[in-house]
Design a protein around this ligand. Structure first.
Ligand code: USQ
Length: 396
């Protein structure tokens, strides 16, 4: 198949690109390289040394004989170029990763809020409008987030996107209705993914676009089967307070003797998935495309749930790292339970890689190998959700 990967230079985008190219698909990466610019803005770098996208594609060709084509294109800002490219190339599948993905970055200042909304909503809507205009019947696969649901399951499992409800009609009888699960985003970033859902719903219903939305949990790990094949194919790996995600951060902190930075009591329960499963899920979703006229297909892309303090305790046992409870810069429930359905991917053949599979040590090893690249001053999470929280974090 001919696959366009918008955002193919990012943390999930790059290993997905390699995975799908490895399977013999014709893969095109379209990216504005914004993630690299944000590194420059924040004054941080990936823990792993990352080559340019062009160099990565060259190495992949040397190693496998396969070609990945890179196109420098801004999905949110260059509508006409996007439309022309889609019209020329006519991909069978369009994978959309081209969004600003860090909640703390999206809450940093008003400018970061505006950028995140403009970029994420602009990118999604440009893609959908261009597909309609060019009359291309591509399967759109979007990387969404578990965070659209909020994190409290009121004792019931979170379903895969839709909630079956009963509503009372005017004559007093009860009617069945399936509605999008009510969103409760916890950051401007998560809010953009909630808004994306409405855009998808509209275009699936109005223009019969075929859309799959993957509600992904927190990704951990760094290597996949393909990124392991050559030192220069290595994936990016973030540790800083804005882009580093919790489990990877704890593993990196353990590797360099930095205390594990638990926000508050660490009572937050979240959904997790290993990067290898993340790319496999995209392959599975691709093979099971919705038909024109179907409602948006929504998968919960996660394999297990964990409480933050339990993860810290586990890593502390494994490595001897000290655990530090810090004031939480985020406005979020200090304690929550979370039960999530993920039956669709399991039914399609996903065989989950769990924390128990020994890959935690691999992440610590990678972190130790590149620890000389870490700037410890970039470790604290300082982007606060409100001014009050900013004061608390600052005065700690
Ligand atoms: N946390 C800590 N200590 C840290 C970092 C985070 O206790 O050093 C806590 C946070 O307060 C939060 C939880 O860990 O309660 C998760 O934080 P995170 O940064 O790992 O994850 P999050 O901000 O939710 O975002 C990440 C990705 C995002 C993706 C999302 C999936 O950056 O792109 O959509 O995970 S989910 O969380 O399921 O919505």
């Amino acid at each position: 198949m001919k696959i366009a990967i918008f955002g193919g230079d990012g943390f999930v985008g790059w290993p997905t690109t390699l995975h799908l190219s490895d399977q013999g698909h014709e893969v095109h990466v379209l990216d504005n390289l914004s993630r690299r610019w944000i590194d420059a803005e924040l004054g941080v770098q990936s823990l792993t040394p990352m080559d340019s996208i062009q160099e990565r594609c060259r190495i992949w060709h040397d190693v496998t004989g396969r070609r990945i084509q890179f196109h420098l294109l801004d999905l949110a800002k260059e509508y006409e170029r996007v439309k022309a490219w889609l019209g020329d190339v006519k991909p069978d599948v369009v994978i959309h990763f081209a969004e600003q993905r860090a909640a703390p970055y999206s809450m940093k200042t008003d400018r970061h809020k505006v950028y995140t909304v403009d970029n994420n909503i602009g990118a999604t809507h440009n893609l959908l409008a261009a597909l309609v205009e060019t009359d291309i019947d591509a399967h759109v696969i979007h990387l969404g987030t578990m965070g659209v649901y909020g994190y409290s399951s009121v004792g019931a499992a979170i379903p895969e996107g839709y909630l079956d409800v009963k509503v009372q009609t005017l004559d007093g009888s009860m009617a069945d209705q399936a509605i999008l699960y009510p969103t409760k985003p916890g950051s401007v970033y998560h809010m953009t993914k909630s808004l994306d859902q409405i855009l998808f719903q509209f275009y699936a219903q109005n223009d019969r676009l075929r859309i799959t939305d993957l509600h992904q949990g927190i990704v951990w790990g760094t290597h996949t089967e393909q990124t392991r094949r050559h030192e220069q194919l290595i994936n990016r790996f973030d540790y800083d307070g804005d882009y580093g995600t919790v489990l990877n951060r704890f593993l990196i902190q353990a590797a360099i003797g930095y205390p594990l930075t638990v926000h508050g009591t660490g009572g937050q329960t979240r959904a997790f998935i290993h990067i290898q499963d993340s790319v496999r899920c995209i392959e599975l979703a691709m093979a099971d495309a919705p038909k024109a006229g179907d409602r948006v297909r929504i998968f919960n892309q996660m394999t297990e749930t964990h409480r933050v303090r339990d993860l810290a305790a586990m890593i502390s046992r494994l490595t001897g790292a000290e655990v530090l409870n810090l004031p939480n810069p985020r406005k979020e429930a200090p304690e929550n339970d979370l039960i999530v359905r993920n039956a669709q991917f399991l039914a399609l053949g996903l065989n989950p890689t769990t924390l128990a599979d020994g890959l935690l040590e691999e992440v610590v090893e990678v972190a130790k190998k590149y620890s000389y690249r870490i700037d410890r001053s970039r470790m604290p999470a300082v982007s606060a959700w409100t001014r009050d929280l900013a004061d608390k974090v600052e005065h700690d």
